[in-house]
Design a protein around this ligand. Structure first.
Ligand SMILES: Cc1ncc(COP(=O)(O)O)c(C=O)c1O
Length: 417
């Protein structure tokens, strides 16, 4: 038994399933998780001294790679001044201003700690603003683990939500309307049926939690127009996409503006920071200004906020995005037999037949077995990719073109075997 296996055996006696978040358990690729002792740039160092080129990057926050000097310096300085104040400090204003620069026409930012919280808060604002109970979401989109978001499409074209997790009350699930992605008619049917009850539609504008499901811009525009027509707010969940395609939201890429935007991951530079962004009209409904309650002991924590500011400062210079674009072009130009979906610095191996999917239901379960082989080969060859056929990989400023060559080469060797 190596150190990873003995630590995982010990963990299972303490933590449910041995982990603090489910997908870390490697259940979908088999085997055991790898214990990490250190990260440096694009490299993860394992408990047995292994070195892996990291394409998981903490599930997306580390666009600057591990232990970026600017973040380390900002956090170290902040820690020395005290790790929490429980009251106001200048850093939260500064981070809020830096976020707003990227979202023209928006006036306010509420800082929270996780993407889950940001979504819960945005939904509560939408319900508070409209006085309506229901939320429309799309099959295959993940919006954190709030009760009402743990529902997906049932068998019908348009279904009222049924809980996807034990422990979600049927009453809460029933307030979530689930519609398939990429389907104007299903969307129109849902609005025709429940239009005056729907407070908001929430979507990942580039769904990246169930494969990488690139949406048609005209579908996104249809959604925008339907929300406006029926008086529902459009929430773009940009926890993954925000600040990843440039110093802005993905809404600029597709030209579909949100009423409320949820951010996480990159805005905290690897620390627990997330945010809701919107216009004063809706955001000022939040307490203490308005009647929609939301609060947090750790919200706007000075150390976490320092990491977010340092990250956005580096990104604002622009050269990281230029590097990521160059990596993307290199990846596209690589001679490949394997098929991948790439959007900016997000990669996903497409192991099904035919065109890359736009809906979760278009991904067959047969992708699991070849992905499992690829994943095992990557680990062996010094590459750490997220341990699931349905998760995407991320690029960071520390990756090189050689890292991409190797990712593809090892994947193809595994598939040939
Ligand atoms: C689009 C999206 N929304 C919300 C969340 C939840 O964020 P967190 O895990 O920080 O609660 C995630 C997490 O991956 C996400 O990808």
């Amino acid at each position: 038994m190596d150190r990873h296996e003995s630590l995982f055996a010990r963990a299972q006696g303490v933590l449910p399933g041995g982990v603090s978040s489910p997908v870390r358990a490697f259940k979908s690729v088999g085997g055991h998780p790898r214990y990490i002792v250190r990260g440096e740039g694009a490299t993860l160092v394992g408990a047995e001294g292994e070195r892996w080129t990291d394409f998981c990057l903490a599930w997306g926050p580390l666009i600057l790679g591990h232990a970026h000097p600017s973040i380390v310096e900002a956090v170290t300085r902040s820690v020395r001044d005290g790790v929490a104040f429980g009251t106001v400090h200048e850093g939260e204003i500064e981070l809020g201003e830096k976020i707003l620069q990227a979202f023209p026409g928006r006036d306010r930012v509420r800082l929270v700690c996780t993407g889950t919280e940001a979504v819960m808060t945005a939904l509560r604002i939408a319900r508070g603003a409209t006085g309506r109970p229901k939320v429309l979401k799309f099959g295959g989109c993940y919006h954190g683990h709030g009760d009402g978001m743990l529902v997906k499409a049932g068998s019908g074209l348009v279904t009222l939500g049924v809980g996807d997790s034990a422990g979600v009350s049927p009453a809460v699930a029933a307030d979530t309307v689930v519609v398939p992605l990429d389907d104007e008619q299903a969307l129109d049917d849902a609005f025709a049926k429940w239009g005056d009850e729907i407070a908001a539609a929430i979507v990942e504008p580039l769904p990246a939690n169930n494969g990488l499901l690139t949406q048609r811009p005209e579908w996104l525009r249809h959604l925008r127009a339907a929300c406006t027509k029926h008086g529902a707010l459009l929430i773009l969940d940009e926890v993954i996409t925000g600040f990843r395609f440039g110093y802005h939201g993905y809404e600029r890429v597709v030209d579909v503006p949100a009423d409320l935007t949820t951010l996480g991951k990159i805005v905290g530079g690897g620390m627990p920071v997330a945010a809701v962004v919107g216009r004063a009209a809706e955001m000022d409904l939040l307490a203490p200004k308005g009647p929609v309650y939301q609060a947090g002991t750790m919200a706007g924590n000075p150390v976490c906020v320092a990491a977010g500011i340092a990250t956005l400062d580096v990104l604002a210079k622009g050269d990281v995005y230029a590097h990521l674009d160059a990596l993307g072009r290199h990846f596209d130009a690589l001679p490949k037999r394997s098929r991948w979906v790439r959007q900016g610095p997000i990669l996903w191996p497409w192991l099904g037949a035919g065109e890359p999917p736009r809906t979760d239901s278009a991904i067959p379960s047969s992708v699991r077995a070849p992905f499992g082989k690829m994943h095992a080969a990557w680990l062996e060859a010094g590459i750490y990719f997220p341990p699931s056929a349905f998760e995407v990989g991320f690029l960071c400023s520390a990756h090189t073109t050689g890292d991409l060559d190797r990712l593809v080469e090892v994947a193809e060797r595994a598939l040939d075997d």
